[in-house]
Design a protein around this ligand. Structure first.
Ligand code: KG4
Ligand code: ZN
Length: 357
């Protein structure tokens, strides 16, 4: 069953179905990890987003997501193989997100990966979705200048379900230093977007509108600033602040008022994330910061964390936006490094909705 012992892992076919994206990617290692010229190339990266389907419900409906994953998965795998101009004969291992996520959704890709592994006699490895986000910046962008983040480093992981500062000791060794005690940063963007009637997910639109707004126009609470709060974060108060503003002022009546409100909310999220990242840098003295997760697409956040790192003389890494939001290439990266470490991979794999990092 386990070809790993006789054959190095070169090409990983990765699957992702933890939420509302059905994704397949093929990741190829150029030389082994230890080799100075090692690179992880993305040969194919296909994402079928269900966002438009869930938009009318204002959030992801688990049963609907699972049903669409079943419909989308095989076409997405076919598309990835054809994008890479490869067949299943060229694949040396499979990787799949096994948690955390919606259990019915996770099961679709996990069962498909196990079926493919059984049929093709290939190793299959389960990946933590958060780990996959954290490792997305290890994927090569194809340019000779691309650098991989050093180990250990500080990971700032901000997505729709999680907001955490993580000490990445090594591949597979993660220590959560601080996390949100209520909503995730992306969840706050989406909930504020819902209050403003901006559709789902609202992060990208709030990001765009904010570029036209004044971040000081609407006073917003600055949460979790006290020293005793340490690296803990909180974003639900910001949503409440926007709701109270709307109660007293009504919905913004002009494009400018909407842009100002978005910019003020976004600035407060970014300020909290940057402040907590600064505290973690001071406490743990790490050489680099890696920003990841869907909210890492946010332009204001990318430039604020880059500026923070520049001011402290640290290197800063962030994957291109496409690899920050949910995709399977990051699952391929995490899977590759698990396999490279010699993790045993087989059909006993199962999905776990609340899988910890
Ligand atoms: O990582 P991701 O694709 O899925 C999860 O694992 O949750 O993150 C999705 C989240 C959503 O809440 C979405 O609104 C947010 O990322 N997001 C953004 C931006 N692009 C996506 N938030 C702020 N600014 C953006 N440009
Ligand atoms: Zn995600």
């Amino acid at each position: 069953m386990n070809r790993l012992k006789t054959q190095p892992v070169r090409r990983v076919l990765a699957l992702e179905s933890s939420c509302d994206e059905t994704a397949c990617a093929i990741v190829e290692a150029e030389h082994d990890y230890g080799h100075p010229q090692h690179r992880l190339l993305v040969r194919a990266d296909v994402v079928a987003s269900q966002a438009a389907i869930h938009a009318r419900f204002g959030g992801v409906v688990p049963e609907v997501a699972a049903r669409h994953h079943i419909q989308n998965l095989i076409p997405v795998i076919d598309e990835a193989l054809s994008q890479a101009e490869l067949t299943l004969d060229d694949i040396s291992a499979l990787a799949v997100t096994r948690g955390p996520g919606l259990i019915g959704a996770l099961l679709v890709a996990v069962q498909a990966a196990k079926a493919l592994a059984f049929a093709r006699q290939l190793p299959v490895v389960g990946v933590n979705h958060l780990e996959a986000h954290l490792l997305a910046a290890y994927l090569s962008d194809g340019s000779p200048e691309h650098k991989r983040p050093p180990l250990p480093h500080l990971g700032l992981l901000v997505s729709g379900g999680h907001s955490s500062l993580v000490l990445v000791h090594d591949f597979g060794r993660y220590e959560v230093l601080g996390a949100t005690c209520d909503d995730a940063a992306g969840e706050a963007f989406d909930k504020v977007g819902k209050l403003l009637g901006l559709g789902y997910p609202a992060g990208p639109l709030i990001d765009r509108l904010s570029t036209q707004g004044d971040p000081k126009a609407v006073p917003m609470p600055r949460a979790m600033l006290g020293a005793k709060r340490g690296l803990a974060m909180s974003f639900s108060g910001l949503k409440t602040a926007v709701a109270s503003h709307l109660e007293s002022h009504g919905q913004p009546k002009t494009e400018q008022a909407l842009a100002d409100l978005c910019a003020s909310f976004q600035a407060s999220v970014v300020e909290q994330l940057v402040r907590k990242t600064g505290l973690a840098i001071d406490a743990y003295k790490l050489p680099a910061v890696v920003l990841s997760g869907g909210v890492a697409c946010n332009r204001a956040l990318r430039s604020a964390v880059a500026a923070l790192c520049a001011s402290r003389g640290l290197s800063f890494f962030v994957a291109p936006p496409r690899l920050c939001s949910d995709n399977a290439a990051m699952v391929g990266a995490a899977g590759y490094y698990r396999l490279w470490r010699g993790e045993s991979a087989g059909l006993d794999l199962h999905a776990v909705a609340n899988l910890p990092l």
